[in-house]
Design a binder for this molecule. Structure first.
Ligand code: GCW
Length: 716
């Protein structure tokens, strides 16, 4: 009775609103309200026995104990002797019990990081075995087990084997040393460089726990627009302190390497990658880094892109640049992630084509420890982009995917947009490189071309805000990135379901409603921002809000008018063989899908065609009417999201309910702004009315053009 009261008290406290800042992410471990389930869990978990002496085992043990105590509402102690009905975790080397179980077959497929969880018997005792080949796999298994409990699944007859499909599962922080986060919408950088190495913020530990719980095993601490200072002693000491926190959680630290560092901090005259002195400088620098961080992961490099220095400054190519760094880190087992996000100022070529043009000829020229990191989309993280043609074009080079988790072009810090459906759309796209079924996912997980390494990166949305990501639902994107990097066959719905249950509660009515909101949110945003394949029509610099009229920015391809090409005849970028012929960069089967204006899937239409305003769409509407329809339905969707969120009020604590409610109201305003501004502007070209029956814009185009946001966050 007392226990029940205590649980009710704890539940009331957790719903009082005071403690629900969102800080705990999806690792809440609140008491499970379902008594029957708790009894059943208690019956299987009388004790826990973890074998192994590493830091990884000790953090995993702490997590398991905290998690169980929180959820079961009772004390849990670890024992060395196995008792009946208990959890036994370890590797065949660390634990006699694990090695005595016939798990060899499953463990053979678990690799370095995978795990096996089985309900079984050992010496007549009922146990749940969490087994792996390495301690880090044991830790991942424990996090998985805790997820089963948090999502309230049965643990009576477990038989799970899981291994990551992608080897490097990495966050990219675009964080500057002054704590400004480029494209960050959640406050300042979480790395408090000034107080490091002496002060270890609890947040670093919780960051590591959160990442480990979803399988992220690498973090690039610094912005790709890099500062060479991070490679100096003063900062390497700070980097080492972070690496020490992350190490037990299986997370390696990487840094961005500014290509001109040999000049800036090395006092050399050149950074020419083929200059022996430069090569030696990088080797020495790398050796030094490894004295601070013995398991340093390697470098991420943005070179010859948007003003960053690179090998082309010395008439060398990207392979020359990447290989020099790769040679330096290779003896230590390090890697180089070299970005393909390049576009040249001088080349008057369709920007869509430039990365392919530069990198395709270099296929096979990179050292073994180089991965080419390709941004999602040939242009730049737009709300919807066709997959980058590079994914179907470099069979001899491991290609990493770079997704943007932070919502630079997806409503920034104020819009609820669940990105998993967008990630999945690209991962499931077929490159046809080796015939049907050559999906982007198979390219990046290495199975299509048998790459020995593979990677997926996400540009982090994490900052110093109390709830980590600014918008509470931004957490779901961080979560989704990790889960998909581990297993890209998971569905967006499964991931949303897991995240919601762990982050909020398991009430089916709440879950159904919130899941519906999440699953429709990306399409809603596409509709009110860039429907039918429009792209890059947002405000200059900060990229906040619509500005399709902008035509005065220094270089052509920074102007929205370059991308939508609206005129009196129609709208859209002709990338067929009558236009820039970017389509030719895809396999013939992909070209076929997109090349005909009448059969091109409409979500991609204006990516590939300049389409007449009166072109008949599948719906029977003209293009202009369809554009109006999409913009209006985007706003309607946000209004439906608001209504749906209202209905979950009794099922969510006040603080988080209000947080989301207020942001949805902001999102509605922003959606209306996007719709009105874009339609009023495009109307100056189409000369067609917004069909009657729709609420008409309540402001003029001039008004929207006059808006300015000098302090919009995240600007570079
Ligand atoms: O889209 C652009 C962003 C820049 C960013 C760049 C990149 C880090 O607006 O802020 O710089 O992409 O990915 O390198």
């Amino acid at each position: 009775m007392k226990k029940a009261l205590l649980i009710i008290l704890m539940l009331t406290l957790s719903f009082s609103g005071k403690t629900e800042s969102g800080y705990r992410l999806w690792l809440r471990y609140d008491p499970i309200p379902n008594r029957q389930l708790v009894t059943s869990y208690n019956n299987s978990i009388s004790g826990i026995t973890l074998s192994g002496t590493s830091g990884t085992i000790s953090v995993a043990k702490e997590e398991l104990i905290n998690g169980l105590q929180g959820m079961l509402g009772r004390k849990v102690v670890a024992t060395t002797a196995v008792i009946n009905n208990s959890i036994v975790a370890g590797t065949p080397t660390s634990s006699n019990i694990i090695s005595s179980l016939a798990l060899q077959q499953q463990l053979a497929t678990a690799g370095n990081e995978g795990f096996v969880i089985v309900t079984t018997k050992s010496n007549g005792k009922n146990i749940i075995a969490i087994a792996a080949n390495n301690d880090v796999g044991v830790m991942y298994g424990i996090f998985h087990f805790l997820r089963l409990l948090q999502t309230q699944q049965s643990i009576k007859a477990l038989n799970i084997a899981s291994a990551p499909k992608i080897k490097l599962r990495v966050l990219n922080h675009w964080d500057n040393l002054n704590r400004h986060v480029e494209r960050g919408y959640a406050g300042a950088s979480i790395w408090d460089w000034h107080k490091l190495p002496g002060y270890i913020d609890q947040r670093y530990i919780d960051y590591a726990r959160a990442n480990a719980s979803i399988g992220i095993n690498g973090t690039v601490l610094t912005n790709v627009n890099a500062n060479a200072l991070v490679l100096t002693k003063q900062y390497l000491e700070k980097v080492a302190a972070l690496a020490k926190v992350f190490r037990p959680y299986g997370i390696k630290v990487y840094l961005t390497a500014r290509f001109s560092a040999p000049i800036e901090i090395g006092k050399l005259k050149t950074a020419d990658p083929l200059d022996p002195q430069v090569q030696q400088w990088w080797k020495d620098k790398v050796n030094e880094i490894y004295t601070y961080v013995p398991d340093f992961g390697g470098f991420l490099v943005k070179a010859n892109s948007e003003g960053q220095p690179g090998p082309q400054n010395y008439n060398r190519n990207h392979a020359d640049g990447a290989n020099t760094l790769a040679d330096a880190v290779a003896p230590h087992g390090g890697i180089v992630m070299w970005r393909a996000f390049v576009y040249s100022n001088e080349t008057p070529e369709d920007r869509f084509k430039q990365a392919y043009n530069e990198f395709k000829p270099l296929d096979g020229k990179f050292k073994k420890n180089v991965l080419i990191q390709v941004k999602n989309g040939p242009i730049d993280f737009q709300p919807r982009e066709p997959f980058s043609p590079l994914f179907g074009a470099m069979p001899q080079t491991p290609l990493m995917m770079e997704f943007q988790v932070t919502q630079e072009y997806l409503g920034q810090g104020t819009n609820l947009v669940y990105e998993a459906p967008m990630f999945k759309e690209v991962l499931d796209a077929d490159t046809y490189q080796k015939g049907k079924g050559s999906t982007v996912a198979k390219v990046i997980d290495g199975t299509l071309h048998d790459y020995s390494t593979s990677g997926l990166a996400g540009v982090a949305n994490i900052g110093s805000d109390i709830n980590w990501t600014g918008h509470l639902f931004g957490q779901s994107n961080w979560y989704a990135l990790g889960r998909l990097a581990w297993d890209h066959t998971l569905t967006s719905e499964q991931i949303a379901d897991e995240w919601l249950k762990q982050t909020f509660n398991t009430n089916p009515s709440f879950i159904n409603t919130a899941k519906r909101i999440m699953l429709g949110s990306h399409e809603a945003l596409v509709n009110y921002m860039t429907p039918l394949g429009l792209h890059h029509i947002m405000g200059t610099g900060h990229h906040y809000g619509p500005a399709p009229w902008v035509s005065n920015v220094g270089r052509a391809d920074w102007n929205p008018v370059y991308y939508h090409k609206a005129d009196e005849k129609g709208i859209g970028f002709d990338r067929t063989n009558k236009g820039s012929n970017a389509l030719a960069q895809y396999a013939p089967e992909v070209q076929k899908q997109f090349e005909d204006v009448n059969t091109c899937p409409e979500p991609y239409l204006l990516w590939f065609h300049h389409v007449a305003w009166d072109h008949k769409m599948k719906s029977g509407r003209t293009l202009w009417e369809e554009l109006c329809h999409k913009y209006y339905s985007g706003v309607d969707s946000v209004r439906s999201m608001q209504k749906a969120w209202e209905t979950v009020k009794p099922m969510v604590d006040k603080e988080r309910f209000e947080h989301v409610k207020m942001l949805l109201a902001v999102q509605e305003k922003e959606a209306v702004w996007w719709r009105n501004a874009c339609l009023l502007y495009f109307q100056t070209h189409s000369k067609m009315p917004i069909p009657g029956g729709y609420e008409q814009p309540n402001q003029t185009l001039e008004y929207y053009k006059s808006l300015s946001f000098p302090f919009a966050p995240g600007n570079g």
